[in-house]
Design a protein around this ligand. Structure first.
Ligand code: TXA
Ligand code: MG
Length: 352
């Protein structure tokens, strides 16, 4: 299959290209499109056969459910059994935007979408090209991140092409995703909303609107062996570049000291260390291949750069990635969750 890449500069001027992608979705195909979080691979959420194409193209395990994307809140009512007041309030506050709300699903949703669960995650993305595509498709669109399963999520059309060239008919290129990490997955089926995956809408933002909000323990630590994954995505290898990743906690000084020693040691063995850290910390690092996450005082910038850096280490062919821990505040919680997962929870704490 040939993968066509269509560039969208302005959703109104480029409406014909978006219509082509919408027609493919209506015809039961899966196409990649930009969202404000990461690129998605979307297909008609109401057609099991179309949804299967997503799993095939990504090589995604069949028991990992998909998020359904809508452009109008009115579409939501048909997809879930009931919308509790609090969920509606949160949707009104944060849609369109990086929040996926999980509720009991209606019978309209095929079990391929939810991997057999009785709940479904729904979100309204904020990217204008995504909203236009969803409106023209006229159907709810199931869309996971448009990467090969296990790889870092794509934040550019180029990343999607790297992973899915020849496996999907079309990619809409709408530029770099501005948030850079995936949406917050919020389970609203219980009394107190529960964050299953931290993302662009932070716990602080949610608490301001909803009062109490819990964070699932697996956000920061691995699941225990006998623990049930509420969100099946929790149990899989994620965001992983080719080289192993180690997360390092410590002060700027202890971090720099540690990675300088480690990178030099690897260099002597003829190996390459990749150093992933804030601009401020990198100034103190002298060895290895250094990629900047951005300004350490700007967590949004760090979120925006994270996945592109992990992918770049792949193309640079490093043997080990040493990543600096950032503060788990605001979107920093999502950044740390992704790094910790990329590292398979391999953490070195220099202060303890
Ligand atoms: O920002 C995003 O959410 C992006 C863009 C494309 O919208 N999509 C995305 O989808 O990240 P995906 O499939 O890569 O991640 C969806 C996550 C998975 O961890 C999955 O297990 C969880 O959401 N999830 C989906 N439906 C669920 C459900 N009904 N119950 C619990 N977890 C669910
Ligand atoms: Mg994903």
């Amino acid at each position: 299959m040939k993968t066509r890449v269509l560039t969208i500069t302005d959703p109104e001027e480029d409406i014909k290209k978006i219509q082509e992608a919408a027609d493919l979705i209506r015809a039961g195909e899966a196409v990649a499109f930009p969202t404000e979080t990461v690129y998605g691979l979307g297909a008609n959420a109401l057609e099991a056969e179309a949804v299967r194409k997503i799993f095939e193209a990504k090589g995604r395990p069949g028991d990992n459910p998909l998020i359904v994307h809508i452009y109008d809140v009115n579409q939501w009512k048909d997809l879930v059994e009931d919308i509790p007041k609090q969920a509606l309030l949160l949707a009104e506050a944060f849609w369109p935007g990086p929040l996926s709300i999980i509720l009991k699903k209606s019978s309209l949703i095929p079990e391929e979408v939810t991997a057999g669960l009785d709940t479904v995650g729904v979100r309204m993305p904020a990217h204008p090209a995504a909203l236009k595509l969803l409106a023209l498709a006229g159907v709810p669109v199931a869309a996971p991140s448009a990467n090969r399963s296990g790889k870092p999520s794509p934040t550019t059309a180029g990343h999607v092409l790297e992973d899915l060239n020849g496996r999907i008919p079309m990619i809409l290129d709408g530029g770099s995703s501005c948030v850079g990490v995936e949406s917050t997955v919020l389970d609203c089926t219980g009394e107190v909303p529960l964050i299953l995956r931290p993302g662009g809408v932070t716990p602080e933002m949610l608490r301001e609107k909803a009062g109490q909000v819990r964070i699932h323990s697996s956000v920061r630590r691995p699941l225990f062996e006998d623990e049930k994954a509420i969100s099946p995505g929790m149990k899989y290898v994620h965001y992983a570049p080719n080289a192993p990743v180690v997360l390092i906690r410590g002060s700027v000084y202890s971090f720099a000291d540690y990675v300088n020693r480690k990178a030099l040691e690897l260099e002597r063995e003829g190996k390459k260390a990749g150093i992933l850290a804030t601009e401020q910390s990198l100034r103190k690092c002298r060895y290895g291949i250094r990629l900047s996450l951005g300004d350490g005082n700007n967590p949004s910038e760090i979120a925006g750069n994270l996945f592109a850096c992990l992918r770049e280490f792949d193309s640079l062919g490093v043997d080990l990635i040493l990543a600096e821990a950032v503060e788990e505040k605001g979107i920093g919680l999502a950044v740390m969750n992704r790094i910790v997962k990329a590292a398979g929870f391999h953490v070195i704490d220099l202060e303890s």
